[in-house]
Design a protein around this ligand. Structure first.
Ligand code: PLP
Length: 391
């Protein structure tokens, strides 16, 4: 009898995590790397958030809590969202999870069955595809145009809808390309999904990292609540990646089913992390503003640096904290046959960590995460330029 169930064979190790593991291996062997691989802020978690969690531990807030999160936290989640985006979710329409990735994984698990189709715009965050496939769903890729900043329109989505379509995943601002769906396009997409009874899964991981316009959330379209699951993360907004803190907002019966699944899985997210999350969501939002301002400067610095590499072009990302340059002019040189081979060679010979575009569904790009120091940007892009020009 075979050991493993088919479903584990349907997914791969997250490419970003695989890159991180290889980089860690080289670093441990003494190789000096510039790391544009990690998708996380380089800031420490703000003090008031750390203090709240430390206080919770000291006060022995270290036992199981109710599965979907303590009431004060669920209230802080819906209040924050209402205040920033004008949404109208009740406390029982929110669940706190061990990172947004778990909220996403579970939302797909409770909704997607074998043969169901899920529409996924390209380029996409690496985990969406595998999480859909793990549930037995079929990924329907929606190609976008780089020349149009990877814009996603309602008409393009409509063209992909079939009787098997169960859900559509949107991630705006997106990882990896930083493209943002504007309010008008978003409303049209929400309308299409709502009218057809298709679920929109809205990944708002980077919603606060929007550099060109006021952030919008589909959660503000209350008339379509029935067909939306909004997913949020504290990871990037508050520099809390390691805490594992995320949430889902949706109609009561969806949240009840997420809670049911979570009750047989992680139970509650870590008790004192919940207290830290309350401090983050209900406390001063000045840190969010400061992070965003610095990321915007770093984005511009990175874009300017990349312009010094002949043949590399890059759409200016409107949000998130990645750039997604097109390195197609170099794929094929130096014996490389793909962006993955180029990125691997660049890691070993150029000593720069980037994630190849194949992980995100495109063939000519690499992703660079820019929450690093300016010195690292200077040094890393210099290494990239030298590596590429000598291929
Ligand atoms: N969604 C997107 C688009 C992401 O890029 C990430 C993390 O990289 C997540 C979700 C996961 O966030 P969390 O750390 O809350 O699990």
């Amino acid at each position: 009898r075979k050991v493993f169930a088919d479903r584990i064979g349907r997914i791969e190790v997250s490419a970003t995590m695989a890159v991180a593991a290889e980089a860690a291996r080289l670093r441990a062997a003494g190789v000096n790397l510039v790391d544009f691989g990690a998708g996380e802020p380089h800031f420490p978690t703000p003090k008031h958030i750390k203090d709240a969690a430390i206080k919770a531990i000291e006060e022995n807030f270290t036992r199981y809590t109710v599965v979907p999160g303590i009431p004060d936290l669920r209230k802080a989640i819906v209040d924050r969202h209402a205040c920033d985006f004008g949404s109208d979710y009740g406390v029982d329409e929110a669940i706190f999870t061990t990172g947004e990735k778990l909220a996403l994984f579970n939302a797909i698990q409770i909704m997607v069955e074998h043969g169901d189709e899920v529409i996924l715009p390209v380029p996409y965050w690496v985990s969406f595809k595998d999480i859909i496939q793990y549930a037995g769903g079929k990924v329907v890729f929606l190609e976008t145009e780089e020349a149009q900043s990877f814009r996603i329109t309602a008409a393009a989505i409509e063209a992909k809808i079939t009787p098997q379509t169960k859900a559509i995943i949107l991630n705006s601002p997106s990882n990896p390309a930083g493209n943002v769906i504007d309010g008008a396009d978003l409303e049209r997409i929400v309308r299409v999904a709502h009218e057809r009874g298709i679920y929109l899964i809205l990944d708002e991981c980077y919603v606060y990292l929007n550099y060109e316009s006021k952030p919008v959330s589909a959660g503000s379209f209350g008339w379509a609540k029935e067909h939306m699951v909004v997913l949020g993360s504290l990871s990037k907004t508050y520099a809390m990646t390691g805490w594992r803190a995320g949430y889902a907002l949706g109609p009561k019966h969806v949240i009840a089913n997420l809670s049911k699944l979570q009750s047989q899985q992680t139970s509650n997210a870590t008790s004192f992390v919940q207290k830290g999350a309350i401090a983050a969501l209900a406390g001063s939002q000045q840190c969010v503003e400061e992070f965003r301002a610095e990321f915007k400067l770093l984005r511009d610095y990175m874009i300017a640096a990349l312009k010094t590499i002949p043949g590399v072009t890059c759409t200016v990302p409107a949000g998130a904290f990645y750039v997604y340059p097109n390195v197609g002019a170099y794929v094929g040189k130096g014996g490389t046959k793909s962006a993955t081979e180029l990125a691997t060679k660049m890691l070993h010979e150029g000593r720069v960590v980037v994630v190849p575009g194949e992980a995100f569904g495109t063939r000519e790009h690499v992703r660079l995460s820019y929450p690093v120091t300016r010195e690292s940007i200077d040094e890393g892009v210099k290494r990239m330029r030298e590596f590429l020009l000598n291929l």
